[in-house]
Design a protein around this ligand. Sequence first.
Ligand SMILES: Cc1cc2nc3c(=O)[nH]c(=O)nc-3n(C[C@H](O)[C@H](O)[C@H](O)COP(=O)(O)O)c2cc1C
Length: 149
Amino acid sequence: MAEIGIFVGTMYGNSLLVAEEAQAILNEQGHSARVFEDPSPADWEAYKEKYALVVTSTTGQGDLPDSIMPLYQFIHDRLGHQPALRYGVIALGDSTYAHFCGGGKKFDALLQDQGAQRVGDVLLIDGSEHPEPESVSNPWVEQWAARVK
Ligand SMILES: Cc1cc2nc3c(=O)[nH]c(=O)nc-3n(C[C@H](O)[C@H](O)[C@H](O)COP(=O)(O)O)c2cc1C
């Protein structure tokens, strides 16, 4: 059983829906998962020796949505090294844009730079192919849940 914080970056709610379904799957598998919309630094710090699952879309030109940008900035500016953190990333985007899933990729790059340990590959979901992103994320989360101790 693991404690997992699910940190959401969304504009229109797609990522929040994915996060809520992930929470249900993780809890069904015996973990203790909690979703944070508009996640704060304190929310993140509570999980920095546990598990974080970042679920974020991309806006602008490969940018993070406003709901998660302050958290990204805090981690970038204030947390130097997070070797005890284990994490996963689900990135929502659309391949018709130039910087496909740029927001999720940026978050992953930051956590890699800080020495955090990623569990599994980053999941990239293309909204132009999958109008229901949870149909892609739910099977991925099932597998991810089994790798989380
Ligand atoms: C203004 C705007 C800009 C976007 N820019 C990108 C982008 O640069 N790269 C990408 O992969 N997707 C981009 N997208 C697609 C969204 O990330 C995608 O539709 C996603 O499913 C939205 O999820 P959300 O409701 O959680 O925000 C953009 C969408 C909008 C409306």
